[in-house]
Design a protein around this ligand. Structure first.
Ligand SMILES: Cc1cc2nc3c(=O)[nH]c(=O)nc-3n(C[C@H](O)[C@H](O)[C@H](O)COP(=O)(O)O)c2cc1C
Length: 197
């Protein structure tokens, strides 16, 4: 795949096989994330690679529990409303049962924390696509960044109080007929371009 095709064919996967991802593929994905650019060459992202299925289940239960206790109104971000509603119904698994979740944190108070982490996450999603793996940005841990129960749990993952959770990415083999991730590009409806020539 050439570079533009790799970028255009990256789509979010939301149905994964339980098949574990090979260690060499995980290593390549992490390498792609670590080689992302960063403001001032700060390189302060922290990649927490969660392969432990039991820990992932515990985390998913915690996320559901915390969202189920939240309220929402007409101004609440639509995706957050969906997470809350599904958690209240008791059928919410925020990471779509992916066998691998990479959480990206950065230093609390650092102005480029999310920007740097986003560069790293996109690099990892592109690498995953290049390796025929599905991926999806998962933002629920970002939304719960200041949630006390989550912060306590994250200590198990060596995520300390000085770190802010910027995002995470679910990765695994896609549960599709051909085993490949969905790759049909979405039509562009926005992202306008102005040429000054
Ligand atoms: C900052 C950000 C947060 C996102 N959060 C989630 C999420 O929590 N759960 C999810 O299923 N998808 C999430 N997505 C994926 C978007 O929904 C998806 O990229 C978008 O609908 C376009 O579809 P595509 O990725 O297939 O091109 C997120 C994407 C970004 C860039």
């Amino acid at each position: 795949m050439d570079m533009l095709e790799l970028i255009k064919s990256r789509r979010s996967t939301r149905k994964f096989l339980s098949r574990p991802v090979e260690e060499e593929k995980i290593d390549a994905i992490i390498e792609a994330g670590r080689y992302a650019p960063s403001g001032g060459n700060n390189q302060s992202c922290h990649f927490v690679v969660v392969e432990d299925g039991e820990k992932l289940n515990e985390l998913a239960e915690l996320v559901q529990r915390e969202f189920s206790g939240m309220e929402y109104d007409a101004h609440t971000y639509a995706s957050l409303v969906t997470s809350i509603q599904r958690s209240k119904q008791g059928n919410y698994t925020f990471h779509y049962h992916a066998p691998l979740l990479i959480i990206v944190t950065n230093q609390k108070g650092y102005g480029n924390a999310v920007a740097d982490s986003a560069c790293a996450i996109e690099n990892m999603m592109l690498m995953a696509n290049g390796l025929d793996l599905g991926s999806c940005w998962i933002n629920q841990l970002r939304w719960l960044d200041e949630n006390a129960a989550l912060r306590t749990f994250l200590k198990n993952f060596q995520i300390g109080e000085a770190e802010t959770v910027c995002g995470s990415v679910a990765i695994g083999y896609a549960d599709t007929e051909d085993g490949l991730p969905p790759r049909t590009p979405l039509r562009r409806k926005g992202n306008s371009v102005t040429w000054i020539r």
